[in-house]
Design a protein around this ligand. Structure first.
Ligand code: ASP
Length: 373
């Protein structure tokens, strides 16, 4: 009896010793599994980091446009041509210097666009086109690829630099898009520069309005055919945009425009629509559009390029081609985009006769273009 009790006690003691030992062994095993899984994860991350570094062709980069359309060499005087080239270069160098000195892509985009907005050469800011009522209504948007934050303003008449307003909407308001008088009120409260609407008057743009109106009067079904008349179709060109990649890997995009000559009923184009006129996402690319706004809205051009990269694995160049050379023209629209991806590849794609454009890579190589070839 005594022996039996001894055996039972010994067996219980053995369990007391073995059980924790077994538990320790089990936990250790789990930990090993976990750490090998996290090792693997680190490897994957490291690989993708290595990958992206390997594919990075520019530490930073910047691209701008000043509108796409029927821009023909034969219609351009050498003086006009050099004026456009000089302004494009002046603008892109402002952004380039910001990026080179370690500044943010958002600052580069905003300040570069300011130069173009302050020039009467482009249909944005100072050079905005006229509405049917003979006033100027301006649209703009900006997007931060780091956090997908975005801001836009539409139909403002007194804000000197609409891109600054778009950025203030993004950073200082809980909203993404403000319009009309409310947007102007907000701009005032933010201390942005307010001008008399007459600031936006330029003789050339006013004459363009008169021309467009006169040619429309000769059209029978004029409301429907607005875009089929080449004078009118091309009366929107000169929108400006900028995309940039900074040294921290952050992408940003911005677009600013006066819209379309002779526009009516508070018409808003694609420029202030996030996803159509402007889009930026650090995972893919930054895009700014210019062209026939109605079609760019329907095709969601800027976001579509990013989506083709994200979901289909296309390169920026391939994605831009699909959207600009196929999707938009298939719908009946025309125009172009500028874009830069997270690795610093730059693209300037358009299906029109020309697009005012310029790009600069991290080494300072500058390209400026106006015509298709
Ligand atoms: N996309 C602009 C709009 O439709 C015009 C342009 O880019 O030329 O308002």
């Amino acid at each position: 009896m005594l022996t039996l009790r001894l055996i039972i006690n010994l067996y219980a003691m053995k369990n007391l010793i073995y059980f924790p030992l077994l538990m320790l062994l089990f936990l250790n095993c789990k930990n090993d599994q976990k750490s090998s899984a996290s090792d693997q994860q680190t490897k994957v991350n490291a690989e993708s980091v290595d990958d992206s570094t390997a594919h990075k062709i520019n530490e930073f980069a910047i691209v701008i446009h000043g509108g796409a359309g029927t821009i023909l060499r034969k219609n351009m005087s050498p003086e006009d041509e050099s004026a456009y080239n000089a302004k494009l270069e002046e603008a892109i160098r402002v952004g380039y210097d910001i990026l080179k000195n370690g500044g943010s892509s958002l600052d580069a985009v905003e300040k570069t666009i300011n130069v173009l907005e302050n020039s009467p050469l482009f249909n944005a800011g100072k050079g905005a086109v006229f509405t049917n009522a003979g006033v100027n209504e301006l649209d703009a948007s900006i997007m931060d690829g780091k956090n997908l934050d975005a801001g836009a303003s539409a139909g403002t008449k007194t804000v000197k630099n609409p891109i600054n307003l778009a950025r203030a909407v993004m950073e200082k308001s809980p909203h993404v898009m403000l319009s009309g008088e409310g947007a102007e009120q907000f701009a005032k409260e933010q201390g942005l520069e307010i001008v008399d609407p007459s600031y936006f008057y330029t003789e050339g743009r006013f004459k363009a309005l008169e021309r467009v109106k006169a040619s429309q009067e000769n059209e029978s079904a004029r409301d429907k055919s607005a875009f089929y008349d080449p004078t009118i179709k091309d009366s929107k060109f000169g929108t400006v945009g900028c995309v940039a990649l900074d040294k921290d890997g952050n992408l940003a995009a911005g677009t600013s425009t006066g819209g379309m000559t002779n526009k009516r009923w508070g018409r808003i184009g694609d420029a202030p629509i996030i996803g159509a006129g402007t889009y930026a996402n650090n995972a893919t690319c930054a895009v700014s559009s210019t062209g026939w706004g109605e079609y760019f809205i329907r095709a969601m051009v800027a976001h579509d390029i990013s989506a083709l990269m994200a979901y289909k694995g296309l390169s920026l160049k391939e994605a831009a081609k699909v959207v600009i050379q196929k999707k938009v023209p298939d719908l009946g629209g025309d125009g172009g985009i500028i874009a830069v991806d997270k690795d610093g590849h730059m693209v300037m794609e358009f299906n029109t006769e020309g697009m005012y454009r310029a790009s600069m890579d991290a080494s300072g190589n500058l390209t400026i273009g106006i015509y298709k070839d």
